[in-house]
Design a protein around this ligand. Structure first.
Ligand SMILES: Nc1ncnc2c1ncn2[C@@H]1O[C@H](COP(=O)(O)OP(=O)(O)OP(=O)(O)O)[C@@H](O)[C@H]1O
Ligand SMILES: [Mg+2]
Length: 502
């Protein structure tokens, strides 16, 4: 066995994981813990940042113990995280001033409409690559400053720090109130809607428009460099990477060449296409966003198709409808019938993200007849994931002219064979899953290991990637087109459900 180890923390929406990798990029130990989802009102989603920090410390300790290592045997520690989720804390006490506002939270929808004004949703798109939507962090910061009593004044006085989860963790890991470093990386900063995509710096005109004081902001750094040295349980280990979870998955899948793409299937699904060293503007509802930046090298950009609800629809089918007890049972149920029986489910639970960005959409079940059984609905649940992915792939082609010839996949839903076959069928290209499906952690470990000399460069990392499973398209083209046509009819029926002022 090789003798260098890198730990990666994946602080996700539902849980925190720590995985320790050896020099071959193989996992040697994993630990994972869930944290509370707090729903104060319909559409509001919060996390307790203090609880998250405690869970992170616990999984780091757990993974080190399971690996049978001492902390000083770690060459580096990398961070990857749920994106956009917003924490504000007191620099003196180290305590959060409010629960973290989670990416899924829709409380800033009205604020976003107001910010758009006469220019509309794309007011900041040329500078940030993003449409105005409650998804992004900047409006969440503004909302907190305006709604937590006294907070704006404290922020103006320099007492308050803002961070996405990467910043919160790095600050705590490197000493918190005792010299903690207040930084973020370009991939996370790019999701605030406050960073200029060309300069990779905070954009003063947007800060002014959103009324966010520069005094709260972290310093923007690359995704792969030593930000500081850890204190506490991993004292002495360099903290050497930060990447939003989807960017880390792209990096872990070794999508380093222009045209390389991956799709990660978790709570939602996020398809990222490497577009190289220039940002490619989107005219078809995709995000122009950072892929990664390694130390002092020029940054790499990507186009992203963000789908809010995919695995979460399976959770809804399990928890709210109670038709299955375990997520994996959906495959058996779906396999009990030949096809969807004419039924389609559009999971616009809190509107639709890419490529539509419609906050007025709500979920629909379309095509019901008395013929439809729970087996057909199980199929419709799974097919909702592959059709939403197809729409994003079409938008990628329209924006970039790149025809993908295969799709690398990862995440919890890729354990579902029926879904992966349907995905290959509706895309008409092979779908490929690597041996190490924990690509999010792997990407954070790779970036941290590159910064500390564990690995020599991207070629070495690419040589680790190995195919585990591949699905090839089998559907007749006529069937594919007919089904796609039906799916799009169902999507149209979800639009405009929420009426103005409602
Ligand atoms: N066999 C399966 N078939 C279909 N869906 C599944 C299956 N197994 C898991 N899922 C879904 O996959 C999701 C979990 O995937 P994963 O573990 O990759 O997410 P995660 O990384 O924990 O999410 P997050 O980062 O958002 O916290 C759940 O939404 C679950 O419903
Ligand atoms: Mg995840």
């Amino acid at each position: 066995m090789s003798d260098k180890f890198v730990a990666a923390i994946d602080q996700g929406t539902t849980s925190s994981r720590c995985i320790i990798f050896n020099q071959d990029g193989a996992p040697v130990a994993v630990d994972q813990r869930e944290h509370r989802q707090i729903f104060p009102k319909p559409g509001w989603v919060e996390h307790d940042a203090t609880e998250i920090w405690a869970k992170v410390q616990a999984v780091v300790a757990g993974a080190i113990a399971k690996a049978g290592l001492r902390a000083d045997q770690l060459s580096a520690l990398g961070i990857t995280n749920q994106r956009e989720t917003t924490v504000l804390w007191d620099r003196k006490t180290g305590q959060p001033v409010h629960n973290a506002v989670v990416w899924q939270d829709t409380r800033t929808a009205a604020l976003c409409t107001e910010l758009g004004g006469a220019d509309g949703q794309d007011r900041f798109r040329d500078r940030t690559g993003l449409p105005l939507a409650s998804y992004f962090a900047g409006p969440k910061v503004a909302w907190l400053l305006d709604n937590v009593p006294g907070l704006r004044q404290r922020a103006e006085n320099g007492e308050i720090a803002f961070g996405t989860i990467d910043s919160w963790l790095i600050w705590n890991l490197t000493g918190a109130t005792d010299g903690g470093v207040h930084v973020t990386d370009v991939t996370n900063a790019g999701r605030t809607m406050l960073m200029n995509l060309e300069t990779l710096q905070w954009d003063q005109s947007i800060l002014d428009a959103m009324n966010v004081p520069a005094s709260v902001l972290p310093e923007i750094r690359s995704s792969s460099e030593i930000y500081g040295t850890a204190r506490g349980q991993v004292a002495g280990v360099p903290v050497a990477s930060a990447l939003g979870d989807q960017h880390a998955a792209l990096f872990g899948q070794t999508c380093y060449a222009v045209g390389d793409a991956k799709n990660t299937y978790g709570t939602g699904s996020f398809l990222l296409l490497n577009t190289g060293q220039r940002p490619v503007p989107s005219k078809n509802g995709l995000l122009t966003t950072m892929a990664y930046q390694l130390g002092g090298e020029p940054p790499t950009y990507c186009l992203e198709g963000s789908i809010a609800i995919t695995g979460a629809l399976v959770q809804w089918f399990r928890d709210q409808l109670g038709i299955i007890r375990e997520a994996a049972e959906i495959e058996t149920l779906a396999a009990s019938v030949e096809d969807n029986g004419g039924a389609y489910i559009v999971p616009a639970f809190s509107g639709l993200f890419a490529p539509y960005w419609r906050s007025d959409a709500r979920g629909v079940v379309a095509g019901l007849t008395r013929y439809v059984t729970k087996g057909h609905l199980a199929r419709a649940v799974l097919e909702a994931t592959s059709w939403q992915t197809r729409e994003v792939v079409d938008a990628m082609y329209q924006d970039s002219g790149v025809h993908i010839t295969s799709l690398k996949v990862d995440g919890g839903m890729t354990g579902n064979n029926l879904l992966m076959q349907h995905q290959a069928d509706v895309l008409g290209v092979p779908v490929i899953r690597p041996v190490v499906a924990e690509t999010t952690c792997l990407g954070a470990a790779y970036a941290a290991g590159l910064a500390t000399g564990v690995w020599s460069g991207l070629d070495e990392l690419s040589s680790h990637w190995k195919r585990d499973a591949e699905w090839t398209p089998q559907m007749q083209p006529e069937t594919r087109e007919q089904e796609y046509h039906n799916w799009r009819k169902a999507v149209e029926r979800s639009f405009g459900w929420l009426e103005e002022g409602a």
